[in-house]
Ligand binder design. Structure first.
Ligand SMILES: *Cc1c(COP(=O)(O)O)cnc(C)c1O
Length: 244
């Protein structure tokens, strides 16, 4: 950000946008009969710098999310020296190589993108070695699109016993991404995630309280279908993004 005038304009944008996002969230929750529920909004900061994150924090955002370990580290290092941001939470929402796991374990609130048994095992080992428990979500490719990562629903069903038994990780729920530009397919994806979670709750000892789904284009639909955690990037940070 170039100068204080730009910073003020951006701050105003963030504040006004945040208010409209919260109105939309409340509207969708009420529509679904969930008006008294609290959901988590993770502001996806992958396209902005630490300065924008700090401004968003001042406007009330408390949870941020990054999709690359290197960028996560950059943001954490940049914000470390900011005492007013103590307690900031970053989540990991992107796929990462197992050799980057030490850049993530112990640094984030929730690892939302556990997409294989191998990755879960690696996180488990690293967490145990450091005497901590990593909270994770299992990423599911509900829509079956080739381009999407995550367990297929059948793979997840077959892996649940193995995953449940792993020490050092605490499975908090499921995460998915919907197909872009197709509201009906998005709705089917979100309801499919909810139904899969219900099935797994009945079959395992896990509570699976979190359903992470919904992005800028589809968060109202996700909330109508039971999302407890939405991941919003462009709608939060980009003045060019139009919120309908
Ligand atoms: C980038 C990203 C988002 C946010 O997407 P927007 O459309 O900008 O809201 C959410 N989830 C994941 C996994 C992402 O990579």
């Amino acid at each position: 950000m170039a100068d204080t005038e730009d910073e003020e304009a951006y701050r105003t944008f963030l504040a006004e946008r945040s208010e409209r996002i919260h109105e939309k969230i409340q509207e969708a929750l009420e529509k679904a009969g969930r008006g008294d529920e609290k959901i988590t909004l993770a502001a996806v900061s992958k396209t902005v710098g630490p300065e924008e994150v700090a401004l968003a924090w001042q406007e009330g955002y408390r949870v941020f999310a990054e999709n690359r370990p290197q960028e996560l580290r950059r943001k954490l290092e940049a914000l470390e020296g900011n005492p007013s941001m103590a307690g900031v939470r970053f989540d990991m929402i992107g796929n990462f190589q197992t050799n980057k796991v030490n850049m993530v374990v112990g640094k984030v609130g929730l690892i939302q993108s556990v997409s294989s048994v191998h990755l879960a095992e690696t996180i488990s080992k690293h967490s145990l070695a450091r005497n901590l428990v990593s909270k994770v979500l299992l990423e599911v490719n509900v829509s079956g699109e080739q381009s999407k990562s995550g367990f297929s629903p059948d793979e997840l069903r077959a892996s649940m016993d193995t995953l449940q038994g792993m020490a050092g990780i605490q499975i908090e729920g499921l995460m998915t991404m919907a197909p872009a530009h197709d509201p009906d397919a998005a709705r089917r994806t979100f309801s499919g995630l909810r139904e899969l979670a219900e099935e797994l709750r009945a079959r395992t000892a896990l509570r699976l309280p979190e359903l992470s789904c919904g992005m800028s284009d589809d968060f109202p639909i996700a909330l109508e279908e039971g999302s407890t955690l939405i991941r919003l990037g462009r709608v939060v940070f980009s003045p060019d993004y139009e919120l309908m």
